[in-house]
Write a protein that binds this ligand. Structure first.
Ligand SMILES: *Cc1c(COP(=O)(O)O)cnc(C)c1O
Length: 237
């Protein structure tokens, strides 16, 4: 199937899943995760209406960004972000999904201030607790939000998480429900400058459970663009 056909099918599944969860399909944004994929293939997705693109490496955003100027695309930084890379993407990212420390938020704040931008961010939470995974622990998330909320040039829009590959639907649903519950708890604290409107959760294999749990953004790569070939390039993730 073509990228356009894959996109249409996924969009209609998202709509159906949202409706069966009693939600408005328009509340669920599809982010097409284009990491490692070549520009012509991504252009096919953009032509088919996928204007929100997800990348997990700053360098890839830097390389692809000029190819899509004039296409009205929004770049989402969804991968682990090192402080020394922030300056490369600060003028390019619509939303940074992967903020998990005050130090990173401070660097984003500093760079955003320099270019007169208010950078929208999500707080990445490590719900499942594996050591290998980025993200703040659920117990520390509220305090991190409180600290970041004092920074003038970043705006917390919600939370993001990654589940565990190989989990069943029920296991994924528990992970995503707990992120939604955490967002509700933080929202209840009414911290100035902090919104919990967005829940970025769900990938190709688990966006069904994420939508049932309230995802407002799903990040889908493989199901749109096909499997990634990490051997062909020097991509570590
Ligand atoms: C690669 C990636 C995705 C997309 O994964 P697929 O399984 O290809 O849909 C989503 N979120 C993050 C953070 C990723 O790095």
């Amino acid at each position: 199937m073509s990228v356009a056909e894959n996109l249409a099918e996924i969009r209609s599944r998202i709509d159906e899943l949202a409706r069966s969860a009693g939600r408005n399909p328009e509340e669920v944004k599809l982010i097409a995760v284009s990491k490692t994929k070549p520009v012509p293939l991504i252009k096919e997705a953009v032509a088919a209406g996928a204007l929100d693109l997800g990348e997990n490496k700053p360098q890839e955003i830097v390389l692809k960004y000029p190819e899509f100027e004039g296409d009205n695309v929004r770049w989402h930084m969804i991968g682990h972000l090192q402080k020394n890379k922030v300056r490369h993407i600060i003028d390019k990212a619509e939303l940074i999904h992967s903020v998990d420390s005050l130090a990173l938020a401070e660097e984003i704040n500093k760079r955003a201030e320099t270019i007169g931008k208010i950078q929208k961010i999500l707080i990445q939470v490590n719900v499942t607790g594996e050591d290998s995974k980025s993200g703040v622990s659920p117990d520390d998330a509220a305090e991190l939000c409180r600290e970041i909320s004092k920074l003038n040039n970043v705006r917390i829009m919600g939370l993001m998480t990654i589940s565990v590959s190989g989990y069943t639907y029920e296991e994924n649903k528990r992970v995503f429900d707990s992120l939604a519950a955490l967002a509700a708890r933080i929202d209840g604290m009414k911290i100035d400058n902090v919104s919990m409107k967005e829940l970025s959760m769900g990938m190709s294999h688990d966006f069904d459970a994420a939508i049932a749990a309230g995802a407002t953004m799903v990040r889908v790569g493989t199901a749109i663009f096909g499997a990634r070939d990490y051997g062909a390039k020097n991509n570590a993730n």
